[in-house]
Design a protein around this ligand. Structure first.
Ligand code: ZN
Length: 322
């Protein structure tokens, strides 16, 4: 693993007992194990005992957060590879693991994919084995948004973070009352798939994901409009639009958007598996009926016919409204 400069932040308050006697009152020690000035392999260790996220930075070879720790508890913000991908690697430590139900399912799905991919990539090394993944599935305790629970001397609660179904901001409070609110990716605005993030709770310290900090994005409506225009333009000229999309969240969002504009789609890949999972958790979706409609109208590309499908793309006519 490549050594990098990661910082060990001590967050403290000073109690001024008197003008001449200043005591430093240590409250939370936060160690970044990855995800600093980079996208991927998030991992934040609190007081050397609670780990928030443990992700993979995609590449060949993949990169992982630093280890050398013995967390008693692992809390996972959401089911994207850069936040949950390496959690099975921690199973030899026997931690308590908590996630929302969709995050637990996505973590399992991505774990299987990591095992599969590691067989074919150049490095060929998986950060965990199938037994680790099985154990993770067995020991993970699922908690819904707003359900406060206790673990190893901390009170924890997951808050809806928008972004993808099951994504959470995590509030952590020690027995002595010091608190932290940590977000993985979050989105305050609703999308077609999920509502926007809930109001964040108060806490002594705040750690925010800031991948897009300082970047101006077009308003969502404008982005959608441009995207649809481009697809329709392609179809009008007799072309076929091929849209690569991440399996968890993005595929479903794009399909709902295309369906809302009456554009019939073919869908392939892990996004179909994710849809099957999402059907079990309608309470984590903004509009389950519209998601169902988008997938019912879409045509699934079966593995066996995938090559044939790609060969025949030139003959396909995808017309709006058909
Ligand atoms: Zn994410």
């Amino acid at each position: 693993m490549k050594p990098v400069n990661l910082y060990n932040y001590k967050i403290f308050i000073n109690l001024f007992v008197s003008q001449y006697n200043v005591k430093e009152f240590f409250i939370l020690e936060i160690t970044f194990k990855g995800g600093c000035r980079e996208v991927g392999r998030s991992g934040l260790l609190v007081n050397k005992e609670v780990l928030l996220d443990y992700g993979i930075k995609v590449g060949d070879p993949a990169e992982y957060p630093l280890n050398s720790m013995e967390p008693k508890t692992v809390l996972v913000s959401h089911g994207h590879l850069d936040h949950c991908g390496a959690v099975p690697n921690l199973m030899y430590q026997d931690p308590d693991v908590f996630m929302t139900p969709p995050t637990a399912e996505f973590t399992g799905l991505l774990g299987e994919d990591t095992l599969k991919i590691s067989e074919t990539t150049l490095s060929g090394v998986s950060p965990f084995d199938p037994e680790d993944l099985q154990k993770l599935r067995r020991i993970t305790r699922k908690k819904h948004y707003g359900e406060t629970f206790k673990t190893n001397g901390y009170r924890v609660c997951f808050y809806n973070a928008g972004h993808i179904p099951g994504a959470s901001g995590i509030r952590l409070e020690s027995d002595s009352g010091e608190s932290l609110f940590y977000t993985g990716d979050f989105n305050l605005k609703e999308t077609r798939l999920v509502p926007g993030a809930a109001e964040f709770p108060e806490a002594d310290a705040l750690v925010l994901e800031s991948t897009y900090f300082g970047e101006e994005h077009l308003p969502r409506e404008e982005t959608e409009e441009k995207f649809i225009e481009s697809v329709l333009d392609t179809l009008d000229r007799g072309g076929t639009a091929l849209i690569p999309a991440f399996a968890i969240g993005r595929t479903q969002e794009i399909l709902m958007l295309l369906d809302a504009h009456g554009i019939r789609t073919y869908v392939d890949g892990m996004g179909l598996e994710v849809y099957k999972i999402l059907r079990k958790y309608p309470e984590y979706l903004k509009n389950p009926e519209l998601l169902d409609r988008a997938f019912e109208r879409a045509i699934a590309v079966k593995d066996s016919s995938g090559i044939q499908f790609l060969k025949s793309l030139r003959q396909l006519s995808l017309q709006p409204g058909c």
